[in-house]
Design a protein around this ligand. Structure first.
Ligand SMILES: CC(=O)N[C@H]1[C@@H](OP(=O)(O)OP(=O)(O)OC[C@H]2O[C@@H](n3ccc(=O)[nH]c3=O)[C@H](O)[C@@H]2O)O[C@H](CO)[C@@H](O)[C@@H]1O
Ligand SMILES: C=C(OP(=O)(O)O)C(=O)O
Length: 432
């Protein structure tokens, strides 16, 4: 188990370039299984979850060639389906959440697929019903033997389906199964975040016929085969949001480069409602060093609540960052994590550091901003999940004295060389 030692209280200054998007990468990498032709992908983040999925594809027989710093070519012309029966597959696929999206492509191309219970953050119940109900609607059979989920379907047929929830990985999985089904599939209540739009655009470039991209109603006309393509990943919007929170908490002047601002949806506005100033300079976001940031109230004077919702609502993956950023704001914010029930427990560490937070219940925490009247104190803590881990890192960077964060493998799942990149603009983080 690795740890970070952080010397807090330093103001940072400089530029940060966001990595390619983790959650887009996991969808896109699974989609390479849909064709026997080469698919080249650019701007792939060098992070644990993505590297594990690339390794897994290699083990399945996909030819993987690194063609540049963050570019790879994949060719799934010799996939070994027997590998799916091995213990190694079980162990590796169970290490990350994104592996569940191998199922849709396997079903589409090889008529069957098998996956162990996927891993990922332990942030509450994470059901997979949407995935399997969708596959069944397409005519596949589904079995779960307690260890493995199996799907089989010789002849997938297009149909209308109303997803039981707008699940991100569920929509991606069903979409990838449907692209080569016979006839037309309509997916209503589809998740529509930019990463799914990116996946749809890539599939269309491979020869799929998907319309309604960007909406919650996708129409897919099945085609008999897909071809190779080139695809470039968006910058990671969760990393961009994390850097905005980091800048505010540490009073740093940071420019976040090449953000693809139109794809960020409501994210910048939510941070602005915390009182954080930012300027859009072309496609960069400039955040000046701010001594104070005053939380907005609602128009009727009511206390600010920030909650998550399926896209184009605010992503749940940034609520932990909003929560930590509110600690040094002026004013009070209620953070309401509606989707996941175990994602806010890390606040006990922040309270130990001196933050004024009341955990109302597993879904809601009220943060009473310190308005820089008092600095947080460094402590020793453990990173429970990716986003809580980075939130603790931000808290530690703003604190007086030094902190240790254990279990930073969680942070490495989603943030590329975060220590080196932040040290380059003035942070003091040592990997132990
Ligand atoms: C690998 C990957 O891409 N992971 C992301 C993906 O996970 P993932 O695809 O696993 O998450 P889902 O979109 O399926 O849903 C997450 C949770 O939210 C609940 N839910 C979902 C939709 C809805 O309309 N209402 C609702 O309450 C679900 O019951 C579930 O508990 O999307 C999540 C939600 O943005 C993100 O936190 C994860 O980072
Ligand atoms: C919850 C997350 O990831 P995963 O779905 O991979 O666990 C996340 O990226 O915040």
């Amino acid at each position: 188990m690795a740890s970070f030692k952080i010397t807090g209280g330093r103001q940072l200054k400089g530029e940060l370039v966001p990595q390619g998007a983790k959650n887009e990468a996991l969808q896109i990498l699974c989609a390479v299984l849909l064709t026997s032709e080469p698919v080249t992908i650019h701007n792939i983040p060098n992070i644990r979850d993505v590297n594990q999925l690339i390794d897994l594809l290699g083990d399945m027989g996909v030819w993987v060639t690194r063609t540049g710093e963050s570019s790879y070519r994949f060719q799934a012309s010799d996939v070994n389906l027997d590998y799916l029966e091995t213990d190694a597959f079980k162990r590796k696929a169970a290490a990350l959440r994104g592996s569940v999206m191998l199922l849709g492509p396997m079903l589409a191309r090889f008529k069957k697929g098998r996956i162990p219970r996927p891993g990922g953050d332990k942030i509450g119940r994470r059901r997979l019903d949407t995935h399997f109900l969708g596959f069944e609607k397409l005519g596949a059979e589904f079995h779960f033997d307690g260890d493995f989920y199996r799907v089989e379907g010789e002849h997938l047929k297009g149909t209308y389906m109303l997803l039981d929830e707008a699940s991100v990985t569920g929509t991606a999985n069903v979409l990838m199964a449907a692209v080569m089904a016979e006839g037309t599939t309509t997916i209503y209540n589809a998740a529509c975040e930019p990463y799914l739009q990116q996946l749809s655009k890539m599939l269309n470039a491979m020869g799929a016929k998907i319309s309604g991209v960007g909406s919650n109603l996708l129409t897919i006309e099945g085609v008999s085969e897909l071809h190779g393509t080139d695809h470039t990943m968006l910058p990671d919007m969760i990393e961009i949001g994390s850097f905005i929170g980091l800048a505010a908490m540490t009073q740093s002047e940071i420019t976040i480069k090449n953000c693809r601002i139109p794809e960020l949806g409501i994210i910048p506005d939510v941070f602005k409602r915390l009182g954080i100033q930012m300027e859009f300079r072309g496609d960069d976001i400039y955040i000046p060093s701010q001594d104070r940031y005053q939380v907005d109230t609602f128009l009727d004077g009511g206390m600010m609540t920030i909650s998550d919702a399926p896209w184009p609502g605010f992503t749940p993956d940034l609520l932990s960052i909003v929560l930590v950023t509110a600690i040094q704001a002026q004013g009070t914010v209620l953070v309401h994590q509606k989707m996941f029930e175990s994602r806010l427990f890390f606040v006990d560490k922040l309270i130990e550091m001196g933050a004024q937070i009341i955990l109302c219940d597993p879904h809601r925490a009220t943060v009473v901003g310190l308005g820089r009247q008092q600095q947080l104190r460094g402590i020793r803590m453990t990173s429970p999940d990716i986003r809580a881990g980075v939130s603790l890192l931000i808290a530690a960077l703003s604190a007086s004295g030094s902190s240790i964060i254990d279990n930073i493998e969680q942070i490495d799942r989603g943030y590329q060389n975060i220590d080196t990149r932040l040290n380059a603009i003035g942070a003091e983080i040592v990997r132990l």
